[in-house]
Design a protein around this ligand. Structure first.
Ligand code: CA
Ligand code: CA
Ligand code: CA
Ligand code: CA
Length: 200
């Protein structure tokens, strides 16, 4: 006689991610729909006890929850919203994989999405103080205007060089980071030129 004894699977294994932390870098101008990363978890049980569905449980900062979208079957995380390095430079996602056992078991992982700066902001210049009109006998070196310059980008993308046209009779002097003085470089002669347009 032959006895066949089969062992029924119990859901005693939780899904396990192949990495506990996934790290991704994305340029801030990455288009919507782009694949950010594909998560992968496995489960040593059988049947429904190993059927996994993926989810993103938390996103920090919280308003980033609409920025990412996960396909619960494939584990693919795609970009659903827009990135802006000047707003958020790093997203931390907590993702889970849950099997269909009774009761279900879950595994967890972290996804770190680093946003990289792109030169997407033009420098801005504004006048913080202006002393016009300028008397014809004003001394060389007189400060005519104070200018502030800034650029919201980082590193080389945010570095601004400032110049003035025409180069005479006014010149720019850098006073401290992001600030310039527009100064008189030559004596004025109203009878020769009565009005100047200065561009920076
Ligand atoms: Ca399982
Ligand atoms: Ca930006
Ligand atoms: Ca930028
Ligand atoms: Ca810039």
């Amino acid at each position: 006689m032959e006895l066949v004894i089969s062992v029924l699977d119990a859901n005693d294994n939780a899904p396990q991610f192949n990495q506990s932390v996934y790290k991704v870098q994305l340029l801030e101008n990455t288009e919507r729909g782009v694949l950010v990363i594909r998560l992968n978890a496995t489960d040593r049980d059988e049947g429904t006890n190993r059927n996994i569905s993926y989810s993103v449980q938390h996103v920090f900062p919280q308003d980033g929850k609409d920025v990412f979208w996960i396909d619960k079957n494939s584990g693919e995380i795609r970009l659903r919203g827009e990135l802006d390095f000047e707003d958020v430079g790093l997203y931390r996602l907590q993702a889970g994989a849950t099997d269909q056992g009774n009761p279900p078991l879950s595994g967890h992982c972290k996804v770190l999405v680093e946003v990289l700066d792109v030169n997407d902001n033009a420098p801005e210049v504004w006048v913080t103080s202006l002393s016009v009109p300028v008397p014809e006998d004003a001394a060389v070196g007189t400060v005519v205007a104070l200018l502030s310059v800034s650029d919201r980008d980082s590193g080389a993308n945010g570095r601004v060089r400032c110049a003035v046209w025409p180069a005479a009779p006014f010149g720019l002097v850098s006073t401290f980071a992001g600030s310039y003085s527009l100064v008189l470089r030559e004596a004025l002669d109203r009878e020769r030129v009565s009005e100047y347009e200065v561009e920076t």
